[in-house]
Design a protein around this ligand. Structure first.
Ligand code: UTP
Length: 456
């Protein structure tokens, strides 16, 4: 057994857990590297890792049916007005904060850097962070209120994200209200349940998933801070969707009227095989999400009396989450949200060189908040108006498809406002600071006869 004064207990535990290979290069490490390795090992919950490897934590899917949804387009005028008024009052009263999760690795996009820096403006080339920042600024101006903005990063992209916000003067927002904090990391395991080395003195870890965001909000102190500011609801969104309505009074109004703790926006699936999770009601009455790959063919294809897909409420990963709920689930010592396991190729440091091996990554998902909340609401919305995810480098859900959707929505807003668009104009972009949700576009707006137009 290796010796290291003051760390005897930890070392003994590592040997007892049969993880002593982590000390393989110990003799050749500098004091600094020995210290940093011990610090990493100290942060690992070995009980949890064993439990995860044995699969005890994994959620299982039982019987289920489609989740009931609220479709505002089918609500009466009065109800819509009531919901909007309640939502607006909540925003103007300073009770809503924006919560962006941006800790992912963006491996499908293949972009080297925080995904939020990726350019998506079809004319301006503005980044995702720029878009979101300008939207929040626009909502602040519209509702005459300051909106705290929480951003979760990971240790991998934290510094670069903070630097980007500084370089861009926080996109016009008050720096003290922009709270950027990293999420936790969790070790990956090999197929034998052993820790994987990243190099001689470091363990291979991955960010603990977007579901880690509630814990990270609490441990960073941001939760306490926004509670003290009077915030009651956070509007959760993901970095890759430039069309997200970050502050949506109607959604908020229904969330409050339905007394939901967690609400989710759903869009109708485009076709049965679309690879998206759908909202379901488990037989025990709790709402959940089922992944496309976990659905049997007959459920995937099932239709209602009108011939529409029965399991159609696709997940957009846009949620409203009450602070009371976040405080409750993070107040416990153990993790309330379960970990999901994914088999992935991992670049491991083995016998002095890097080798790709089969490994297991563990992540928490935000939608696992649904079955544990007291009441939830699934709210239907329109894909073209709110959902343009940038996931892949090309094809479906790519920068190109997002740009087309941004341009398409901008065009719709102009048409709805009675503005004439010359035929030559192919691409249109409206800055959130010009119009954030398509309203108040001046009637006298003139669109030039060019192929690309950007209204700032
Ligand atoms: P995705 O599931 O699309 O993952 O994340 P990703 O890491 O961005 O992309 P791939 O799968 O590697 O290609 C959805 C949202 O959740 C955030 C992402 O930043 C994105 O906003 N996320 C994901 C986190 O904040 N932390 C995580 O550990 C994982």
């Amino acid at each position: 057994m290796i010796q290291y004064i003051g760390q005897e207990k930890l070392i003994e535990e590592i040997y007892n857990r049969k993880q002593e290979h982590v000390f393989q290069y110990w003799q050749s490490l500098s004091d600094e590297n020995k210290n940093s390795l011990m610090k990493e090992l100290q942060g690992i919950d070995f009980d949890l890792m064993e439990k995860l490897f044995q699969g005890k934590e994994l959620p299982s899917v039982g019987g289920y049916s489609p989740a009931p949804t609220i479709d505002p387009s089918k609500s009466g005028k009065e109800e819509i007005k009531k919901a909007r008024d309640i939502g607006e009052k909540c925003i103007r009263g300073g009770k809503v904060a924006a919560f962006l999760v941006a800790g992912g690795q963006g491996s499908r996009l293949g972009y080297d850097g925080p995904k939020g820096k990726f350019p998506v403006g079809p004319v301006s080339g503005k980044s995702l962070f720029h878009y979101h920042g300008e939207k929040i600024k626009a909502y602040e101006l519209k509702y005459k209120v300051k909106i705290p903005y929480l951003i979760m990063t990971s240790v991998v992209n934290h510094d670069e994200t903070v630097a980007f916000f500084k370089e861009n003067s926080y996109f016009g927002l008050a720096p003290e209200l922009v709270m950027i904090f990293p999420q936790n990391m969790i070790p990956s395991l090999d197929t034998e349940g052993k820790l994987i080395m990243k190099n001689e003195s470091s363990i291979f870890m991955n960010p603990d998933g977007h579901g880690g965001s509630l814990r990270a909000m609490e441990s960073s102190g941001a939760l306490k801070k926004i509670r003290e500011m009077g915030i009651e609801i956070v509007s959760y969104f993901q970095v890759d969707n430039p069309l997200v309505k970050i502050v949506d009074p109607l959604f908020l109004g229904f969330h409050i009227m339905k007394e939901a703790e967690v609400s989710s926006k759903a869009i109708p699936k485009a076709y049965a095989e679309e690879k998206t999770g759908v909202f379901i009601k488990n037989d025990d009455g709790r709402t959940g999400i089922i992944e496309y790959s976990d659905m049997p063919e007959e459920k995937l294809q099932a239709k209602d009396d009108e011939g529409k897909l029965l399991y159609s409420a696709g997940n957009t990963a846009i949620h409203l989450i009450n602070l009371d709920f976040i405080e409750r689930v993070t107040g416990k010592n153990e993790d309330t949200l379960p970990y999901h396991r994914a088999s992935k190729k991992i670049k491991a440091f083995i016998n002095g060189g890097v080798k790709e091996i089969d490994g297991l990554k563990y992540e928490k998902f935000i939608f696992d908040a649904l079955p544990v909340c007291k009441k939830d609401m699934v709210y239907e919305t329109v894909r073209e108006e709110e959902f343009a995810p940038v996931k892949n480098s090309e094809g479906k859900d790519s920068p190109q498809s997002a740009k087309e959707l941004i341009s398409g929505l901008s065009r719709k807003w102009l048409i709805d406002s009675g503005i004439n668009i010359p035929e030559k104009v192919k691409t249109i972009e409206i800055s959130p600071l010009f119009s954030v949700d398509g309203e108040n576009i001046p009637k006298e707006t003139v669109i030039l006869d060019k192929t690309e137009i950007c209204l700032e």
